[in-house]
Design a protein around this ligand. Structure first.
Ligand SMILES: *Cc1c(COP(=O)(O)O)cnc(C)c1O
Length: 426
């Protein structure tokens, strides 16, 4: 496969952009080699600057659930653009998208639009703190909630109860109120509550963890978390930036029948444009400015073009619930196929999947949390990664990122991918 254009662009990019990319996950640091510079995309396929075609398993990290370049969304964006790009005033589409969500998702009584998932999480946590008058936040090791200071915290070791920054530039003071629990380990959650009575404002969790590869919640785990938060008067925030409108219209909350107090959305909600949102209980959401004293704002929040794209995508998903069955079939076919390869070819992999999300780990033990995910073999993955990429399958360049299926993926694309994967493990 010839990648001269990508190589040359990457060289130029490295000169002017840190690492040559505007978001670290795009760089090929963990697998080596040159990121492909994508020129255009259509349906289930990406086309790079050298004209190579790939099956797209990144879906822009989630937003493109209907496939790339969807004609209805494209039309909505073009039409909106003709009326102006940004007004900084209230607009009709903001009402329509809020109404669409709040009238069809019971646990979202009110919603506020922002510009990214990071912003949504930051704002939801502030709302929870403002509402409860408490400072501490529980998150889970391996869950990603955007790049705000308080969320870039990893577990403290041993007897430490407060977190340590996971990035330079995050003050210890910001990390000290973030407590880290272990995914699928309810004891670790109970321990943090016991050690900090009356101090925990909220617990935030990816109801399906999709940022350490794909890790599913074990039976009863989310239910127990709901119970504990209710008992302790802590706000339960489901970070549904990936799972919202993906696992089901009502996200993981609907899928698992759990009612969170607040939810955060992003990715799908913008249809490919930069959008995030947070919403939930009315008594919490009315704490937000201008009616409440929790401040949160945004010059471009609810941007007309972004709302047009989001509204178009959400309307299609709402009107066509059969899309979720179709996505589930595609995801299941991929996972079944990979597990068959594992069995028949003794491939040293673990395959996790739910609906249109999957994860393939190069490890032998079940992956249920961050520690088990991290046991995966990075070198083997890198070999597999490049083998697949060279044969036209564009997965995320890390086994700690999820595989995303879209409604544009056809059975044929999956079979094609499985055949290549089987060849690798020959
Ligand atoms: C992507 C992601 C975010 C951050 O969203 P951005 O739009 O990248 O800021 C937050 N939470 C989860 C679960 C995500 O996957």
């Amino acid at each position: 496969m010839e990648i001269k254009q990508s190589e040359s662009l990457f060289k130029r990019a490295m000169t002017f952009i840190p690492g040559g990319v505007n978001s670290p996950v795009r760089a090929f640091f963990s697998v080596g080699g040159t990121p492909r510079f994508i020129e255009r995309a259509d349906g289930a396929y990406l086309y790079d600057q050298d004209g190579n075609k790939y099956i797209d398993y990144i879906s822009s990290w989630g937003p493109m659930i209907l496939g790339q370049n969807h004609p209805v969304i494209k039309e909505a964006v073009i039409k909106a653009a003709e009326s102006g790009l940004s007004f900084g005033t209230a607009t009709k589409r903001e009402v329509e998208i809020a109404e669409l969500i709040c009238t069809s998702i019971p646990h979202v009584e009110m919603i506020r639009m922002v510009n990214s998932g990071t912003e949504a999480v930051m704002s939801a946590i502030r709302a929870a703190r403002g509402f409860t008058g408490r400072d501490k936040v529980i998150k889970f090791e391996g869950c990603y909630h955007g790049h705000t200071d308080a969320m870039l915290v990893k577990a403290g070791s041993g007897m430490m109860t407060s977190g340590i920054p996971d990035s330079r530039g995050v003050p210890m003071a910001c990390a000290k109120d973030t407590l880290t629990a272990i995914y699928n380990d309810i004891d670790s959650v109970e321990k943090l509550f016991a050690e900090n009575p009356g101090k925990i404002a909220c617990l935030i969790i990816e109801p399906v963890a999709a940022n350490m590869g794909l890790v599913l919640p074990e039976q009863g785990f989310l239910e127990k978390i709901r119970e504990i938060c209710t008992k302790e008067g802590a706000i339960l925030i489901f970070d549904e930036v990936i799972t919202g409108f993906r696992l089901a219209w009502g996200g993981a909350a609907q899928y698992f029948h759990i009612v969170p107090d607040l939810v955060t959305y992003g990715k799908i909600i913008g249809g490919g444009m930069p959008v995030g949102a947070y919403g939930g209980r009315k008594d919490i959401m009315t704490c937000i400015a201008p009616i409440g004293s929790v401040y949160q704002a945004g010059t471009l929040s609810g941007n007309p073009i972004a709302m047009a794209a989001g509204l178009a995508q959400l309307s299609i998903l709402k009107e066509h619930p059969e899309i979720y069955q179709q996505l589930d079939l595609i995801g299941t076919r991929f996972a079944d196929g990979m597990r068959k390869i594992k069995e028949e070819r003794k491939a040293p992999i673990i395959v996790n999947q739910i609906g249109s999300l999957a994860g393939v780990f190069f490890t032998k033990e079940p992956v249920i949390d961050y520690v088990s995910a991290k046991k995966s073999d990075a070198k083997e993955f890198a070999k597999y990664y490049h083998y697949m990429l060279d044969r036209g399958c564009y997965f995320a360049p890390s086994q700690f990122e999820a595989i995303f299926f879209s409604a544009a993926h056809k059975q044929q694309d999956i079979e094609d991918t499985l055949r290549k994967a089987a060849d690798f493990f020959e």
